[in-house]
Design a protein around this ligand. Structure first.
Ligand code: FAD
Length: 337
């Protein structure tokens, strides 16, 4: 058993003490650990890189089960569309680097996303117009309801924008994932380069550089990265409300994109800024602040507690709701709050 606090297990660096911490170095150990805690009715939280978690302060009646099973292998190396099998505990960015080095395309735009490979299906991670759903073939799950250890197709996860049926439900633990990649010299079309395709390694570097400028690559020296990434998802609203907001703000070119059922997706960052919240809000001295590089990231400047982060989140949500009638929903998983 290890001693750790959630502050040391998460990238927001807040959160109290778990009842116990169990690190699982193999898929079988991970399934066994969760099974035995479930059998004892002991509350648990599966933790990968802790980069999408906001955990309460204090002493928590919650075991932290750390996903630490690594390993990357090519299942059918000679194929033009080989399958990459990855242990859930492998660092996600190491998977991207592995693929790019071997001329395997499909995930280069997801460079620099913190956390573990096993968490990528949980919220269908995405960036720059690409998401894990584009390449995810199968997932090996430990099903906590049936006790089964089974490979399931990606189609059974209901993957959607920052969502799967694993998120918020804790119904299953991802033990391994399989990705269908493509032998190629050129990247997928990159949104931040106007849809251009560039050599894979260049694509990776360009994505990393763009992300760094926004504080979206972890760097312990840079407090703007002591965050959970984007703190709110982009809201989907009726067209009439989008029209109303655009008219109210009176700026041409409000970001708005067609979504399902005649709705439209707006930019949470744009709304936050137009509601009067600037980068760095509420300013020097506050323990939790908006990133100085990106209004969508809530950051811990060093001494923040989970309550400080929650209070800031509520202020931003309240401001946007009051100004525009839009409810911003948090992207990270809140635990004990
Ligand atoms: C600086 C920064 C930038 C970010 N940029 C992006 C981005 O561009 N796009 C994006 O989509 N996300 C982004 N994120 C969010 C985060 O990196 C991703 O959601 C990531 O996939 C979380 O992985 P993790 O291993 O850290 O998960 P954790 O934070 O450890 O866990 C998140 C949730 O998944 C569950 N979980 C974790 N592992 C498993 C598993 N093996 N099986 C079942 N459940 C599991 C946890 O219980 C928890 O509910 C960013 C975060 C930060 C800090």
């Amino acid at each position: 058993m290890l001693n750790s606090s959630f502050a040391s297990l998460t990238t927001l660096r807040v959160g109290g003490t778990p009842s116990q911490v169990v690190a699982c170095g193999t898929a079988d150990a991970l399934a066994r650990t969760v099974a035995s805690l479930d059998a004892a009715d002991a509350p648990l939280l599966v933790v990968g890189g802790g980069s999408n978690l906001l955990v309460a302060d204090g002493e928590l009646d919650l075991a932290a089960v750390l996903v630490r099973n690594g390993g990357i292998s090519l299942v059918d190396a000679s194929s033009s569309r080989p399958l990459l099998r990855v242990g859930a505990g492998t660092e996600w960015d190491a998977v991207v680097a592995y693929a790019v080095e071997r001329g395997l395309g499909g995930i280069e735009a997801l460079s620099g996303i913190p956390g573990s490979a096993g968490a990528t299906p949980v919220q269908n991670v995405g960036a720059y117009g690409s998401e894990i759903a584009d390449v995810l073939e199968r997932v090996r799950l430990y099903n906590r309801e049936t006790g089964e250890d089974e490979w399931v197709p990606a189609s059974s996860l209901d993957l959607a924008y920052r969502y799967s049926n694993l998120k918020f439900t804790s119904r299953a633990v991802v033990l391994e994932i399989e990705l269908r990649l493509e032998r190629t010299e050129l990247s997928i079309p990159l949104r931040h380069l106007g849809g251009e395709r560039v050599p894979l390694a260049q694509a990776r570097e360009s994505v990393l550089e763009t992300r760094r400028a926004k504080g979206m690559v972890l760097d312990s020296e840079d407090r703007d990265t002591w965050s959970a990434g984007s703190f709110f998802t982009n809201p989907v609203v009726p067209t009439a409300l989008a029209d109303e907001i655009e008219a109210k703000v009176g700026e041409p070119g409000m970001p708005r994109y067609a979504a399902a059922d005649g709705m439209e997706k707006l930019s949470a960052a744009w709304l936050i800024e137009r509601a009067g919240f600037e980068r760095g809000f509420p300013g020097e001295g506050a323990p939790a602040r908006l990133s100085t590089k990106h209004t969508l990231a809530l950051t811990n400047r060093g001494a923040a507690t989970a309550d400080d982060v929650v209070a800031l989140a509520r202020r931003v949500q309240g401001g946007v709701e009051k100004q525009f009638g839009v409810e911003l929903r948090p992207e990270p998983v809140w635990v004990g709050l």
